[in-house]
Design a protein around this ligand. Structure first.
Ligand code: ADP
Ligand code: MG
Ligand code: MG
Length: 906
């Protein structure tokens, strides 16, 4: 049998289902399902995602020829259900052509509405509806959309002008009109004429009058758009494979722009910003879908309650609200009632917060789309935990519903309360995406990117954003727009990115040319500081201090649930009591990496450290180490105390010594004075320390083996600290970690020094504590000889930063030169320093664990690189049987959730 490429839906029947997203795309699968559960949806059909792949491989002609029969049949089906005829001049069948990938890609793919209109059928529609203005408005919209999307007239850069917009502006100006709705039928006819001329001028061809040519052109344009730059960028950012392809949906048109009993809107079954279980949304009377998204007119709220809340935020009185911006519940109560029933039905069915698109044509409600709604990190957690309590979903589903990366937003700063109470808002807008941000004003997305790459914090300020602004939005601290609403582009995208966003700021005027922003007469320039609060909608002039977020009960409940399912523990990388405290609050089960070298950089310690390094002989070193001992001990006590009762892995001195000594003459002179030796001696010793490649030189346990007295001092400081705390009733659990082992003998020698020191301290104090001695596995040779090292070590900790560096042979400090190109060319999918390379580095880890445990089944294995807080790496660590991962304090909750998901996914 021929492969099925087209799936029809309509009038309560459908060939597809919700679980066919891979084949039909998200939109197509859900359009089918809505039909099956009795939600009113205009009839149509979906061309499968497989055809997109065929299109890219075999080309346009092939695809059109294999689709022809099926598409013609499907169109006949729409004709039958709507009682219209495709291409007919009196009673034409008009359709929309919509893209739809497996996962929604907001604004990435363009939709063409009103397809099927031409110079003849526009008259037919005018006659049939008795509304010539509507017919011509639909026609001019169609030419404009088709011209932009299919014929490629849409501006590609900031400087380009949309020819249609330009013509519109000219016509409006000539008539002294501000709003599109004021255009007369004659104006619209003129627009159509001029639009078509513009098409001819720009493309050299006439605008296609034949509806079949229009249809195939649009279908192919959707497939083409899968490979456009923005779509590719979005896929990269969200890890969506190119092979997935997009489906194409062709659907009978319904009209929200047929007058004042028509309208169109977008709604959420719960609050996408806060997660509250409140149905909410926006609509426009007498409008087509793109008007809502474009954010040109002020959208009105669906519910009365929401409408009142909105008016309050906007400073609009109840009288003015009711007169000018009534809710749908007030303006079309019957439709509002049906919509409220439908949204409940959809949420009950899909068991997740839904984002709906609807159109009302002459008092009749139609649903055009439903999908799981994008939400903020806070809303994500609240909705998952609420739905668990409400019995919609089980514990495992609640955990799977939460994206570990998105927890990050919850952990982000809010404005410092004190600083905030002193600040006076200059205006207020819609709180479109929560969080607080402070930065310098920038007006263009590409400039936001540039400023950010120079280390500046920026707030991207736009009249409204568009998909071209994606990269700039991603690099900005926050986004502020003059127009739009909760569902306009900026709001939707910002929430998806977890960026703070305030939209539709009151009385704010942006002048792109002058690069100024004026709020209530107050002018601010590019580069001025501004602060925005996406939770309240307030905008402040100047810079406002931010502070850490407060975590709520839903978050704690989710974390507890994660721990219930996770098999792997999460520890933290922390060098100070402050970081240790933060991590413990986030649920860290210990410290997986405490780097001791950072402790030496503080003022009082660096001198003693330098003295130790520059000493001529062992005796000189010992003298300096004696000064360091009490200082180190105090540091360790601070950390042990904070981590009372939890293990603390302390890594012995790791970096090359030259990092600690002064390389300039002035610093060396000073050092000479302090140590009472000649400048020349100091200078020679520093020269002596210089290495061609310090990363591969005298560092790690090579240092400790060359100068055993350093290891001795550190072991003593650790154990004395633990014993002193024991007297205070604090339980310190030290795990001493040897860095950079490559040969088992290196480790054995270090272990002997540590053990004999510990024995000495125990007998001096006549007391003891539990301890472990283990090693980092960060040199490929250590992984390759893991069975030998495991005989000696109590634990392994994979230092995946160095292990990645040495396995690839990439210097971590130099990868920026070539890595972006490697990723662009597809040599590498990700930066291996951010996302663990499972095939290479991961294979070494898997081997090392297996071999290590073959000689010591109880061998404890952990990971302490940057990868410990990256969800996909954490999941991999689970599958290879690590006991724990260790990550920076703010990543701890992310790793806990990822560990739980790994356990659930099995
Ligand atoms: P996106 O994926 O960008 O949301 P859609 O395919 O949903 O694009 O189309 C954008 C808008 O066009 C929709 O929100 C809807 O309002 C309108 N639209 C699409 N198809 C139809 C249709 N058959 N009738 C009326 N309006 C439509
Ligand atoms: Mg849509
Ligand atoms: Mg290392």
């Amino acid at each position: 049998m021929e492969k099925k490429r087209v799936y029809t839906f309509g009038n309560g029947a459908a060939e597809g289902r919700a679980d066919m997203k891979n084949l039909l795309g998200g939109k197509g699968a859900n359009l089918a399902e809505m039909n099956l559960i009795g939600v009113p949806v205009p009839p149509g059909f979906t061309i499968t995602t497989e055809v997109c792949t065929e299109y890219n491989e075999l080309g346009k002609d092939y695809v059109v020829s294999v689709l022809k029969d099926e598409v013609e049949k499907a169109i006949e089906e729409i004709e039958r259900l709507t009682g219209t005829k495709f291409g007919d001049k009196d009673n034409p069948c008009l359709v929309s052509v919509r893209s739809g990938a497996r996962v929604s890609m907001p604004g990435m793919m363009d939709t063409v509405l009103n397809l099927g209109l031409n110079d003849e059928s526009v008259e037919g529609i005018a006659k049939k509806t008795g509304n010539a203005r509507f017919a011509w408005d639909s026609y001019r919209r169609f030419i404009q959309m088709y011209g932009d999307v299919v014929l490629g007239l849409k501006p590609q850069t900031k400087e380009d002008i949309d020819p249609f917009e330009e013509i519109m502006d000219e016509v409006k100006q000539a008539k002294g009109i501000h709003n599109d709705t004021e255009l007369s039928t004659e104006d619209l006819k003129e627009l159509v004429k001029r639009f078509k001329l513009a098409v001819k001028e720009r493309t050299g061809n006439d605008f296609p009058e034949n509806p079949w040519d229009q249809l195939w052109g649009a279908v192919c344009a959707v497939f083409d758009s899968w490979m456009n730059e923005r779509a590719i960028f979005y896929r990269k950012m969200n890890n969506i494979p190119e092979e997935w392809g997009t489906a194409v949906n062709v659907q009978a048109m319904v009209y929200g722009n047929m007058g004042n009993t028509s309208g169109t809107g977008v709604a959420f079954t719960r609050d996408a910003a806060t997660g509250e279980d409140i149905f909410n949304g926006e609509y426009l009377i007498n409008a087509q879908g793109e008007d809502v998204v474009a954010g040109v007119r002020t959208p009105q709220q669906i519910t009365l309650e929401g409408s009142r809340r909105w008016a309050k935020q906007q400073g609009i009185s109840e009288e003015e609200r009711a007169a000018k911006y009534p809710s749908l519940e007030e303006s079309m109560p019957e439709c509002a009632k049906e919509l409220i029933e439908v949204q409940q039905k959809l949420e009950d069915y899909f068991k997740d917060m839904q984002d709906l698109e609807f159109t009302i044509q002459d008092g009749k409600l139609w649903l055009l789309q439903t999908r799981s709604g994008k939400r903020t990190g806070g809303a994500m957690v609240k909705i998952a935990m609420d739905m668990l309590r409400q019995g919609y979903i089980d514990e495992k589903t609640a955990l799977k519903r939460c994206d570990p990366e998105k927890l990050d937003e919850l952990l982000h700063p809010v404005f410092d309360k004190k600083a905030l109470s002193a600040a006076k808002p200059v205006t207020r807008g819609i709180p479109a995406s929560p969080g607080a941000a402070t930065g310098q004003i920038v007006f263009h997305a590409d400039e936001a990117e540039e400023w950010a790459s120079n280390g500046k914090k920026v707030i991207l300020c736009r009249i409204e954003t568009s998909p071209e602004d994606l990269r700039g939005m991603a690099t900005a601290q926050g986004i502020l727009t003059a127009r739009g609403g909760m569902t306009s582009h900026a709001a939707v995208v910002a929430r998806g990115m977890g960026k703070c966003c305030v939209s539709a700021a009151n009385n704010m005027v942006i002048d792109y040319k002058a690069r100024t922003l004026t709020i209530n007469g107050k002018e601010m320039k590019e580069g001025d500081w501004i602060s925005i609060d996406g939770t309240t909608g307030y905008v402040y002039e100047g810079k406002i201090q931010t502070q850490d977020a407060e975590l709520n009960d839903d978050f704690s409940a989710l974390m507890e649930l994660a721990d219930k399912y996770a098999r792997m523990e999460v520890r933290t990388n922390a060098d100070t009591p402050r970081d240790a405290r933060t991590a413990r609050n986030f649920g860290a089960k210990g410290i997986g990496l405490c780097r001791t070298e950072h402790m030496f950089f503080e003022d009082d310690k660096i001198l003693a450290m330098r003295e130790m390094i520059l000493a001529k002989d062992e005796q000189g070193r010992r003298k300096a180490l004696e000064k360091l001992l009490p200082l180190q001990k105090t540091d360790f006590k601070g950390i042990f105390r904070t981590m009372d009762g939890l293990p603390v892995t302390i890594r012995l001195l790791d970096p090359p010594l030259h990092e600690f000594v002064p390389h300039d003459e002035k610093g060396q002179m000073e050092m000479a004075k302090v140590m009472g030796i000649s400048y020349k001696d100091i200078h020679d010793r520093v020269e002596d320390l210089i290495e061609a490649n310090p990363m591969l030189g005298l560092r790690g346990c090579r240092l400790g083996n060359l100068y055993p007295e350093i290891t001795e001092m550190q072991a003593r400081a650790i154990i004395e600290a633990a014993l002193e705390l024991k007297k205070e009733g604090v339980e310190a659990i030290p795990e001493i970690m040897v860095p950079l082992t490559g040969i088992v003998h290196e480790f054995k020698a270090q272990k002997e020094i540590i053990e004999s020191t510990i024995k000495k301290v125990f007998s001096e104090q006549n007391d003891s504590v539990e301890y472990k001695i283990g090693t980092m596995i960060e040199i490929p040779r250590a992984a390759l000889t893991a069975h030998r090292i495991a005989e000696e070590a109590d634990f392994f900790s994979f230092g995946t930063n160095d292990l990645t560096q040495m396995t690839f042979g990439y210097s971590r400090d130099d990868v920026a030169k070539f890595l972006p190109m490697y990723i662009d060319k597809g040599f590498l999918k990700h930066d291996p320093f951010a996302v663990l390379d499972q095939k290479g580095v991961g294979r070494l880890m898997r081997m090392a664990i297996q071999e290590g445990r073959s000689v010591k089944p109880t061998l404890k294995c952990g990971l302490c690189g940057e990868h410990g807080g990256e969800p996909s790496s954490v999941k991999f660590c689970h599958t290879i049987g690590l006991n724990y991962v260790s990550c920076s304090p703010f990543r701890v909750p992310i790793a806990r959730l990822a560990a739980a998901q790994a356990a659930i996914e099995g």
